[in-house]
Write a protein that binds this ligand. Sequence first.
Ligand SMILES: O=C(O)[C@H]1NCC[C@@H]1O
Length: 327
Amino acid sequence: MHTGGEPLRIIVAGYPEVMGDCVLSKRRYAREHLDHLRRVLMHEPRGHYDMYGALIVDSEMPEADLGVLFMHNEGYSTMCGHAVIALGRFAVDYKLVKEPRSPETQVNIHCPCGLVKAFVEYSAGKTGAVRFLSVPAFAFATDVTVAVEGFGVVTVDISYGGAFYAFVDAQRFGLDVKQSKTRDLVDAATAVTKAVKSQVKLHHPVSDDLAFLYGTILTDRRDEFSPEPTANICVFAEAQVDRSPTGSGVTARVALQHHKGLIQLNQTRTFQSGATGSQFTGKAVEETRCGDFRAVVVEVAGRAFYTGVSRFVQETEDQLAHGFLLK
Ligand SMILES: O=C(O)[C@H]1NCC[C@@H]1O
């Protein structure tokens, strides 16, 4: 499938059992014991540098309809909004939920970061747009200064939307998220990610497995509420570029905007991908807490589409059967 141009290869069969007593520990198990399969399915020649995947696993939560592990060019994410939008439709279409209901069917998706509730438009047997309520999202730190190689001292905000992101105005690098060359945006964002990773210690109240920087999101700085779309581009994992507006990034960005008093509860904003122009909407719907952090529940909405069905093989005499990546 794809959501706003971002691919999602949903793995439905062929994996060995993923061990672990919870979805978060299954993520650890996959990283430690099954990583060769991620490389086969994400990397070339079956995938490509920016491929994204979802492995459906059992969840230990009785209310979950399915569990999922997310994978990309470098490892395993804790949250992925574009994948949740696609999986919501997929779960209804492939009967992973019992009784589809109109006008919306609820699909509870247990992600490594926690339970995410997706609501899938359903009418006359057809699935449509999907909205989801994510795990509590919070601004972790604002106006943090880091020394970025090649760019000097840069001020960033750090926010959590199921995964941690650093946010910076692209203009700081003389760039425009919609007009600049992708390569230049990737270089700046990657340098920021490297600096934040080495200079800022992250913390998540629920688990240390959630406390890592997933990527950097460059924005057009239009954070104050407006009915006009605001654009951003997300560079995550190993310099991978999201084609969509980034569901977990929109969640983190809305939490940041709400924290700064730039957006009120239930004010809907439109977020546009600097890469493809595709759009998600996002709004904070409830104030809550995550440990000591004041947090919000954010609703993100978008559309996903089917692209095809694949079956992959590995031949024993193939020297490149295990996958490779050109950097
Ligand atoms: O939509 C999202 O949240 C994601 N897309 C790729 C990177 C993030 O996981």
